[in-house]
Design a protein around this ligand. Structure first.
Ligand SMILES: [Zn+2]
Length: 149
């Protein structure tokens, strides 16, 4: 960590403390060159990945898209909105826990499939049978849209 005053790379941590919420560490540092002190903060980076589609295009991960997939698979099935919300939460948590900058859209599809399997067998089979022959969630949504019409 470079000293912001003189640019020296050698600094010494003189004090570290975790904040009350436990999600950030504050460090007091002293520059070995000019002896000035400064503070740095360390926090965990929780960033959602870019989704890599089978055609190579990237797009932002969006739980709205995941929701559409769930809703289509669960069409007319006895599953509550709370259950769907919980399933979307699980997917979000798993995506965050992976900590990847980029994620293949197939991985997302598999996570959706696992959640559906736990929630509703019919929806799971509906999703799996259509999804498995497609490359990503968008293709699945198009296919289901056609089936619905
Ligand atoms: Zn300095």
């Amino acid at each position: 960590m470079k000293c912001p005053f003189c640019g020296t790379f050698e600094t010494q941590v003189v004090d570290s403390r975790v904040n009350e919420e436990g999600d950030s560490i504050r460090r007091r540092r002293r520059c070995m060159g000019c002896q000035k002190r400064f503070t740095t903060y360390e926090t965990a980076e929780l960033r959602l990945p870019q989704i890599v589609k089978h055609n190579g295009k990237r797009e932002e991960y969006s739980d709205q898209k995941i929701r559409v997939s769930f809703m289509r698979a669960l069409h007319k099935r006895p599953v509550s909105t709370e259950q769907v919300d919980a399933a979307i939460d699980h997917v979000n948590q798993r995506v965050l826990a992976l900590g990847e900058r980029e994620l293949d859209s197939r991985r997302i599809g598999e996570m959706v499939m696992e959640e559906l399997r736990k929630m509703d067998k019919v929806a799971y089979i509906r999703f799996a049978s259509v999804y498995k022959s497609f490359q990503d969630v968008d293709d699945f949504q198009d296919a289901i849209r056609e089936v619905d019409q």
